[in-house]
Design a protein around this ligand. Structure first.
Ligand code: DAH
Length: 345
């Protein structure tokens, strides 16, 4: 075989690779040239018949041919598994696009359900800013000037009298300074405290505040029946409430509110720490001194402490979500892990 014949065969083989329609045709080309009985091994065997002067060059070209042929075969094979895609054509061999469906976040869920339940009792949703001032967050809520909750170790102070609200209670003050009784609102929102994060604490959490003030007598019994209704709607028809005496600066009398444990029905279990009750809220009758602060801000006597009656309550949204859905760690609520979130779908 001459060098020219060798070059012609090389060109022929590469042309066949280029023309092969599919993987099977490529395999045929490979066998024809590189297989045990293929052209290349045969040519190498016949090297002895090449004139000695041409042999080194012949050998070099044979090696170069093999390398070029293997490379172009590998190249075509890599793309041979997929159907040749025309512009705009649907490629049915591509893996499908998988949408991981989310679900409403437990915190949003509790807020929306709570708003719907209280809407049936005539409460509207009120809103207030996350950045509050000292008056609304502390002073008007009758918090003594040197109360520890005002310390920089507990509250995120901004500049001057501004702070990140530590509770949703300041929205009570905002509503009363804007509206005259009756005021019947709930306020879901973010709150901030310098708490170290652990399984039950977060520096940024949510509360729902409630306030009902009227010129007709409103009593602790009304508060209890309202919260009992909420407990049943939220936790199931067997849920009940109990009040324990407590202290808050802005209510008098003040109570802490427990829901009967919805998991064991009050018998005692892990969720309620064997007590049958779960602490849920703080509440009480609005302290007349709060009305005094509201009036001083309004410049009138719209909230005459002798003529208005009101109750207030406040609870943690995460706490309700954790007991309702059996979530053991508050941090799960902030990780946005769809393996967790999708379970409530
Ligand atoms: N703001 C209180 C807290 O963050 C909760 C609270 C207690 C709200 C009693 C109220 C209330 O409206 O009457 O701990």
């Amino acid at each position: 075989m001459t060098l020219a014949e060798l070059d012609a065969q090389q060109a022929q083989s590469l042309g066949e690779v280029a023309a092969a329609a599919d993987a099977a045709a490529l395999e045929q080309v490979r066998i024809r040239y590189l297989g045990r009985n293929g052209s290349l091994p045969a040519i190498i065997k016949q090297m002895k018949d090449v004139p000695p002067a041409d042999r080194p060059e012949f050998g070099k070209r044979v090696q170069a041919w093999r390398a070029a042929l293997e490379a172009s075969l590998a190249d075509r094979m890599a793309g041979a598994g997929t159907v040749k895609k025309e512009e705009g054509a649907f490629d049915c061999t591509l893996p499908g696009r998988w949408f991981a469906p989310g679900a409403k976040h437990p915190v949003s869920r509790v807020i929306e359900e709570t708003a719907a339940i209280f809407a049936r009792l005539g409460f509207t949703v009120a809103d207030g800013p996350d950045i509050e001032n000292r008056f609304n967050n502390f002073t008007a809520l009758n918090t003594p000037a040197h109360h520890p909750s005002m310390d920089a170790s507990d509250t995120f102070w901004l500049t001057g009298d501004l702070l990140l609200r530590t509770q949703t209670s300041p929205v009570q003050i905002r509503m009363m300074t804007q509206y005259t009784p009756p005021v019947r609102i709930i306020t879901p929102g973010r709150t901030y405290r310098r708490d170290t994060t652990d399984a039950t604490h977060s520096a940024n959490f949510h509360q729902i505040e409630g306030l009902y003030v009227d010129t007709k007598p409103v009593s602790l019994a009304d508060l209890k029946s309202t919260l009992a209704y909420y407990a049943k709607e939220m936790m199931g028809s067997k849920a009940g409430v109990r009040f324990r005496p407590h202290f808050f600066p802005f209510t008098e009398p003040s109570v802490e509110v427990d829901f009967s444990c919805h998991v064991c029905g009050g018998k005692g279990c892990r969720v309620c720490k064997m007590s049958g009750w779960i602490e849920i809220a703080g509440a009480g009758m609005v302290d007349p001194r709060v009305y005094g602060h509201v009036n001083s801000a309004r410049g009138d006597m719209a909230y005459d402490p002798a003529k208005v009656y009101g109750y207030a309550f406040g609870f943690g949204v995460e706490r309700i979500a954790m007991v309702k859905y059996g979530i053991p760690d508050i941090r799960w609520l902030y990780e946005n892990d769809t393996r967790f979130l999708s379970q409530l779908a």
